[in-house]
Design a protein around this ligand. Structure first.
Ligand SMILES: *[C@@H]1O[C@H](CO)[C@@H](O)[C@H](O)[C@H]1NC(C)=O
Ligand SMILES: *[C@@H]1O[C@H](CO)[C@@H](O)[C@H](O)[C@H]1NC(C)=O
Ligand SMILES: *[C@@H]1O[C@H](CO)[C@@H](O)[C@H](O)[C@H]1NC(C)=O
Length: 969
């Protein structure tokens, strides 16, 4: 085994380099065996040739094998051997040579085969449809199995192929191939064979063998046979029998055995598809119960169907009536008779036509006696015989009719007393009479005969009362019949006029009545709305139109078209006669005003008593504008409507609505306005100095000097105009042109020349209050000119009054010096020295006086207070009174005495005057200058006043000395 494995996968030539000793002498040689892969049948023999390429002259070779060998021949470098009786399935055979001491060998790969002794298919049973059966093929003793192919054929079709590549054992063995096959119709009668092939190629040849064939047989036999035959059969009639079996295969192989009463019948077999039918006839049957047996066999199956057939004898009964034609109220006999049936289980009855049993019995004959009545005429009598066999009942009937003769009779049923006919239908005056023999009926209306039982076309003249008489040989009878004729609706023009005219607002009754019996129902339809005739409606215009009036009764329906016209008073609305029109001057225009109304109204419009007819093309002028009254009139009334026409035109400006020159007064808000005529009211824009002003609403605008360009515009055009504005002002005086406070210096030339602003330049006149003289030229002024002046500035727009306060100023004058206190001035007393001077503006005072620490200036410096006078206060006190125009000086000398009597010497210097006043409650002395006595002094109220007044008299002296003796009280 191992050796063979080596020979297969490790050939000698590949082993060689490995086996060679390293460093041995190089003698390359080959060992060859032929054939390398021999094929031999089991037990056969084989030649093998060994050779080498060794150069050594006597190279020796040999064959080592487990098989039986016979050396036959050899030569230089070769040897031939025969191997015989080769039965080892796996043998080892090796050919070897030695060359220069080196040994080499090669193996022969011998394949042993065995042709199968036989190939056999197992017998196949008859197959039942749809079932699965095995096809089994047996192959005996074949090798090598790996190269075997088993094929199962159905005819030439390969059903199954099986190979055995994976089989490993080399020895021969038996093979069993099984293949399932399903029984089907197309397998039926097919030949099945088993074929084997042992393919030794390419080492050997292809060996084949085929089994003998097996024929497949398939059958299908599921259903049971069905027997079709009568189960109850009248004796001595023929019976046909059918036995049928469906769904069988192969149908033609089904075998039938059909037996009646154990006797096989001669059946004829018919085939149709998978159904087989056997049919046979059984004749000349005697009464009794018999068995029918149908047996069907197919393949291995046999099935039977069995039925019992009952054969009976049942004669037809007879029925006789004595007499069969009788007069009413006579006796009649009815007789039913027959021979007895087989089997004898029967009953019999006499019945009338409606099945009522009149007589019954279990035996023949059966007799019935009765008295003939009118209603028995035509009466049928039936003899019914019932035979019972094996639980079923077979019945036989025989019938006969009785005739009864009687006088004619008519009743509501045969000759109804009222008929209602429909006109134009075919009708018959239906009046039948009972009676035997059949009576003749004749009908008369007003002496005229009408054919009964004949159809006539009905008209209204058929209505009426008929007398009908029925007559036969036995007598006669009479009946009265009333016929009513009905007919379908008719809409006559007289009762339903096809043209109707109504007046709106009236009550309306659709006048459409129909003829017809029964009285038809009438309704009319317009625009899908139903109007019932006879119902009242308030007429509106919408009632005008086409009405489809329909009259209906049971006999039909008729439709008539009624055209309704509704007349109405004129009507106008905003769509037909608009209230407001806006037209444009110069354009052609048709002013329209329509009115609805039936009959069509006429329209006239009036304005200010003038009549206008609408609808005429005219060129629009401004006279068109105005209020119109349009009136539409027809025979049913009239309606009026106010129409207003506005006429539009382009703007117009003239001196009346937009003057071109304006003189305005500034103080009165200098405004102007500019209007324009035009419709629609134009937009008015005035422009000056690049500013625009809208005057459209008639408003005024503030203006200043200059020219405005005014434009009036509406959608019909534009007009422009220049408006020149001149603004003047009222007189106006102010501080700059006429100061309200003026100060002059006495003795200078002055004028009160005031000016005033204003256009035109105003004239100004001033006068002192309380005087009439005007003061405007220059003149020398005195302090008497001080006062309030009234100035009046006047121009065309008014007068302005302005008050001026004039103050005339002058130098201080006449300084008066007065001393207070008790005289003589004693040490420790308080003394005041007061200086007073007249001047405008008021004088201010300064002093020159002895330096002393107890002096206080009070009252604008005008008074000096000496507190606790003492010797330091002795001296001259000089007062200077001054204003911007000049100054005045005055002096007084003060001596303070230590004695209680004092003398005060007062020296007046430079024309000044001094007054010495005594103490509050003291006595005042006036001392006059001894040197000069030119002044005159007035002491008022010496006791009560501290004031002395200088009378402005001319004085020759410069110095006045006043001595005032003050005494103590
Ligand atoms: C071959 O061997 C078989 C059985 O081993 C034997 O019966 C037969 O005689 C042998 N034939 C020869 C020719 O040796
Ligand atoms: C057919 O053979 C297979 C195995 O060989 C077996 O299992 C099966 O039961 C057989 N079928 C029938 C119908 O004999
Ligand atoms: C019907 O006939 C078959 C064959 O002739 C028989 O085997 C079978 O028993 C019979 N059946 C009856 C119910 O007699």
């Amino acid at each position: 085994m191992k050796l063979q494995w080596l020979s297969h996968f490790l050939p000698c030539c590949f082993l060689l380099p490995v086996l060679m000793p390293v460093g041995a002498e190089q003698h390359m040689f080959d060992v060859t065996i032929w054939p390398e892969n021999p094929v031999v049948e089991h037990g056969g023999s084989l030649w093998l040739n060994c050779s080498t390429s060794c150069q050594e002259a006597d190279a020796r070779g040999g064959l080592e094998t487990s098989l039986m060998k016979e050396k036959k021949d050899n030569g230089s470098h070769w040897a031939v051997f025969q191997l015989v009786n080769i039965t080892e399935w796996a043998s080892a055979t090796e050919c070897s040579f030695s060359c220069y001491g080196e040994h080499k060998s090669v193996q022969a790969n011998i394949m042993v085969y065995q042709i199968p002794e036989h190939v056999m298919l197992d017998p196949v049973p008859i197959m039942e449809m749809g079932k699965v059966y095995n096809l089994t093929c047996r192959v005996a003793n074949a090798a090598p199995i790996q190269l075997l192919t088993v094929t199962v054929y159905k005819g030439t079709e390969k059903l199954h192929i099986e190979t055995f590549e994976n089989h490993s054992a080399p020895e021969a063995s038996d093979i069993l191939v099984t293949f399932p096959i399903t029984a089907q119709q197309d397998n039926h009668m097919e030949e099945v064979t088993c074929h084997i092939a042992l393919d030794l190629r390419p080492r050997g040849q292809l060996l084949e063998k085929t089994s003998s064939s097996e024929v497949l047989k398939v059958f299908d036999f599921l259903a049971d046979p069905q027997l079709h035959t009568l189960r109850y059969v009248q004796a001595s009639s023929n019976l046909s029998v059918t036995c049928e079996i469906a769904g069988v295969f192969p149908a033609e192989e089904a075998q039938f055995d059909l037996k009646f009463a154990e006797q096989s019948l001669n059946a004829s077999i018919t085939l149709s598809g998978n159904t087989v039918r056997a049919q046979a006839q059984v004749s000349s049957l005697a009464t009794g119960n018999y068995q029918l047996n149908c047996t069907v066999s197919l393949g291995p199956i046999t099935k039977s169907a069995v039925e019992t057939v009952h054969i009976y004898n049942f004669p037809q009964p007879s029925l006789e009536i004595y007499p069969s034609e009788a007069l009413a109220n006579n006796l009649v006999t009815v007789l039913c008779n027959s021979s007895a049936p087989e089997p004898p289980s029967f009953s019999l009855q006499i019945q009338n036509a409606s099945g009522r049993i009149l007589a019954s019995s279990d035996d023949f004959p059966l007799q019935l006696n009765l008295t003939a009545q009118e209603e028995d005429n035509g009466q049928e009598f039936v003899c019914v015989v019932e035979l019972e066999i094996d639980g079923i009942t077979i019945t036989k009937h025989t019938s006969a009719t009785l005739s009864v003769f009687y006088v004619p009779e008519m009743d509501e049923l045969s000759c109804p007393s009222n008929h209602t006919w429909v006109e134009r239908t075919q009708q018959m005056l239906h009046c039948l009479a009972k009676g035997n023999p059949k009576p003749l009926v004749a009908c008369f209306k007003e002496g005229i005969a009408y054919d009964v039982e004949e159809k006539t076309q009905v008209d209204r003249s058929h209505a009426g009362i008929y007398n009908c008489t029925a007559t036969n040989e036995l007598g006669s009878s009479t009946r009265t019949i009333t016929i009513h004729v009905e007919y379908g609706p008719e809409l006559e023009e007289s009762k339903c006029p096809s043209h109707q005219t109504w007046l709106e607002g009236n009550l309306w009754n659709l006048s459409c009545q129909a003829d017809g019996i029964p009285i038809p129902e009438v309704f009319c339809i317009k625009d899908g709305k139903v109007y019932n005739a006879g119902r009242m409606h308030n007429i509106t215009q919408s009632h005008a139109g086409i009405y489809y009036c329909n009259a209906t009764n049971v006999h039909g329906s008729i439709t008539k078209i009624v055209a309704v016209t509704v007349e109405y008073e004129p009507e106008m609305d905003d769509s037909s006669c608009p209230h407001n029109w806006i037209l444009t001057v110069g354009t052609p225009h048709v002013f329209t005003c329509f009115a609805w109304g039936n009959p069509e109204p006429t329209i006239e419009c009036t304005k200010d008593g003038m009549a206008y007819s609408p609808g005429i093309l005219q060129n629009v002028t401004r006279e068109y504008a105005g209020s119109y009254l349009c009136t539409a009139t027809n025979i049913h009334g009239s309606i009026s409507r106010a129409v207003s026409i506005q006429v539009e035109y382009k703007p117009e400006m003239d001196e009346s609505n937009c003057p071109s020159n304006w003189t305005l007064v500034e103080e009165a808000l200098p405004t102007f306005l500019c209007n324009a005529d035009g419709f629609p009211p134009p937009e008015i824009i005035c422009t000056k100095d690049n500013r625009s002003y809208d005057l459209s609403q008639g408003q005024r605008i503030l203006a200043n000097n200059g020219t405005f360009w005014c434009n009036a515009t509406n959608r019909h055009g534009s007009v422009a105009k220049a408006v020149k504005i001149t603004v003047e002002t009222k007189p106006k005086m102010d501080e700059s042109s006429c100061p309200s406070n003026q100060t002059w210096l006495e003795g200078t030339l002055q004028s009160l020349a005031c000016e005033a602003n204003g256009i035109p330049t105003p004239l100004v006149l001033c006068a002192k209050e309380g005087t009439t003289g005007e003061f405007y030229r220059e003149q020398n002024v005195s302090r008497n000119d001080s006062g309030i002046y009234e100035c009046n500035a006047t121009n065309g727009h008014g007068t302005e009054r302005w008050m001026v306060n004039v103050q005339v100023e002058y130098r201080p004058a006449t300084a008066i010096l007065s001393v207070s206190g008790s005289l003589p001035i004693r040490r420790g007393e308080n003394i005041t020295i007061t200086c007073q001077a007249d001047g405008s503006p008021a004088a201010s005072y300064t002093w020159r006086l002895p330096h002393a620490s107890n002096i206080i200036f009070i009252g604008n410096n005008s008074t000096v207070l000496i507190v606790h006078a003492d010797g330091q206060n002795n001296g001259v006190y000089e007062c200077t009174a001054s204003n911007k125009h000049g100054q005045q000086h005055s002096q007084v000398e003060i001596q303070v005495e230590d004695h209680w009597l004092y003398i005060i010497v007062i020296v007046a210097i430079a024309g000044a005057t001094m007054l010495v006043l005594g103490g509050m409650a003291g006595v005042i002395y006036y001392l006059k200058s001894t040197a000069c006595k030119k002044g005159e002094y007035n002491v008022r109220d010496a006791e009560n006043s501290t004031e002395a007044t200088f009378l402005n008299r001319e004085r020759p002296c410069d110095i006045d000395i006043y001595g005032i003796q003050l005494t103590r009280t």
